[in-house]
Design a binder for this molecule. Structure first.
Ligand SMILES: [Zn+2]
Length: 124
């Protein structure tokens, strides 16, 4: 029910929470666990596109589309399961954590090489 007075609305919401605190916390915990299980099930369908390793504990999502990047693991950890799956499906590839680290390591080295070559070209 909407209240005309926002103070009445706030008071009613607080009152409801105080009366239903235990139930609310139990439902929140159940939902969090349900989404965690769904996330594990989703990651279990993935394998590393580089080496083929497949285990939910080691699957990362690497952004190949860098527009409006949202951290997939943070979405999943916050219970935003559908958003996490959408972000992963729309913008990412699945990599195992080792291949993911190696890919970023190589990106850093490539950028360093590029900067060094640019400096050398400028001094010539
Ligand atoms: Zn891999």
């Amino acid at each position: 029910m909407a209240y005309k007075n926002p103070e009445d609305q706030r008071r009613n919401t607080n009152s409801w929470y105080q009366r239903n605190r235990e139930q609310h916390m139990a439902a929140t915990a159940r939902n969090k666990e349900r989404y965690r299980q769904m996330w594990i099930a989703y990651k279990s369908t993935k394998e590393c596109v580089h080496c083929g390793a497949a285990h939910p504990a080691i699957i990362d999502f690497h952004h190949v589309l860098r527009k409006n990047v949202k951290k997939v693991h943070k979405l999943a950890a916050n219970g935003a399961y559908k958003q996490a799956v959408k972000e992963a499906e729309d913008k990412c590839i699945a990599l195992c954590s080792n291949c993911h680290r190696i890919l970023h390591w190589n990106e850093v080295l490539a950028r360093q090489d590029e900067r060094r070559l640019q400096k050398e070209a400028e001094t010539d």
